[in-house]
Ligand binder design. Structure first.
Ligand code: SF4
Length: 407
């Protein structure tokens, strides 16, 4: 049974989330103005005092960086650029983004993706799931309650005896990865012969940014949007754009944006960049013709698909003519090229299929050699994909009977 305080907290959270949804449904101009106000508030907060930077990756955060610049918030942009697609790196150079290196290891060398995979495990499924599997694979007395919750959803005495919590791993993945707790839980789940880990993001992305922030005393602006889902969605809804606590200070001015809003703003910022490119990089040889990296293709607007009656109804309701949806003609989203996060949700030809076509030697290395199993034998992504039931052995680009939608 929940006590009064818990019920009050739940009500407050529900109200915050409802308010957030209302803001998400507002027109573009409202959200743009709102982002500007929140960004300025963060910049001018007495605990921030203008000491900020922008964490830059793909199109969303590139747009954020330019947007901040356009409203007078001229702060440095940093990125672990080498993890991104070459076309994104090119835009980063044009914008004068500071390139960070992966975190240092104890021996003074730097982490690489292959080293993380070999020593910590494969980043597969999602960051959240990988973290749970890693906990099962590294049991300790300290994490016993969490492991129990991962298998059963029950939080035990420490977590107030809650049941059916989101801690529980989905049945499909319990079947594959839950076997480490078979004896304790009386289950009969499987155990893989390889390690899984969420440390890759940590060593290659998060730690370098955290180290930069610590060394410079700067606080980040981030291009996060709740509409993108993921593990930060709820936190963004509850905390809003700006979060300033003792341990964490960050601003996510696009928190209420939808994909359409960020694409609309990217088009605006493209023009802004062309008018100000020398301010970002004085070297004309580094300039680009567009801030939309080639991997995304172009931002285009689809035609409106409404007949006359629907159009009239729309005008009556919104007082303006309908406009088509914006989209990028190639990638909708990008991330590190060879990563297992989200691979189980991707249709074929998936990222590994595309790599096979673009760079067969790299593909072979990734599929057969990039990691090791628990006995130290060389394995690659192929072994992991087989285990989670994702196809990769056949080459979809070579098929003559390509189903609709295949390239
Ligand atoms: S997104 Fe994937 S490959 Fe990139 S750093 Fe994170 S885990 Fe590693």
């Amino acid at each position: 049974m929940k006590n009064v305080i818990e019920r009050m907290e739940e009500n407050q959270s529900a109200k915050k989330i409802a308010d957030f949804h209302v803001k998400q449904q507002q027109p573009y101009q409202f959200k743009r103005d709102y982002a500007e106000i929140r960004a300025q508030e963060f910049y001018n907060h007495p605990e921030i005092n203008g000491n900020c930077y922008v964490a830059v990756g793909g199109l969303d955060s590139i747009t954020l960086y330019l947007f901040l610049h356009s409203i007078g918030i001229k702060v440095p942009a940093v990125s672990v650029s080498f993890l991104e697609d070459k076309s994104i790196q090119k835009v980063h150079r044009a914008l004068g983004v500071v390139c960070l290196k992966p975190a240092l290891r104890e021996d003074g060398t730097r982490w690489t993706k292959a080293r993380v995979i070999k020593e910590c495990g494969f980043p597969v499924l999602s960051k959240e799931i990988a973290n749970k599997i890693a906990l099962l694979q590294h049991p300790s007395e300290k994490n016993a309650t969490v492991r129990h919750a991962i298998i059963t959803g029950e939080t035990g005495a420490y977590g107030g005896y809650r049941k059916g919590t989101r801690m529980k791993l989905a049945k499909k993945w319990l079947e594959k990865f839950g076997g480490y707790e078979n004896e304790r839980e009386g289950t009969n789940y499987g155990i893989p012969d390889f390690l899984v880990s969420d440390k890759c993001c940590y060593y290659l992305k998060e730690k370098p940014c955290n180290d930069y922030a610590r060394e410079t005393g700067l606080f980040p602006y981030m291009g996060l949007m709740a509409s993108e889902g993921g593990r930060r969605q709820k936190a963004l809804m509850l905390n809003g754009c700006n979060y300033i606590s003792k341990g964490t200070k960050r601003s996510a001015p696009f928190a209420i944006f939808q994909r359409q809003d960020v694409l609309e703003l990217a088009l605006e910022m493209d023009k802004y960049y062309l008018a100000h490119r020398a301010e970002f990089n004085p070297d004309p040889s580094q300039w680009v013709d567009t801030i939309v990296p080639a991997i995304y293709g172009e931002i285009v607007r689809d035609p409106v698909r409404m007949d006359l009656t629907e159009t009239l109804k729309y005008v009556e309701r919104y007082g303006a003519l309908p406009v088509g949806q914006l989209r990028t003609t190639k990638a909708q989203r990008t991330g590190c090229s060879m990563c297992g996060f989200g691979i189980h949700l991707e249709k074929r030809p998936h990222r590994f299929d595309r790599l096979r076509q673009e760079n067969p030697r790299e593909w072979e290395y990734q599929m057969y050699h990039i990691g090791v199993d628990i006995n130290g034998n060389e394995i690659g992504w192929g072994h992991v994909l087989d285990y989670i039931g994702v196809g990769w052995r056949d080459d979809p680009f070579e098929r003559t009977d390509k189903p609709e939608g295949w390239l």
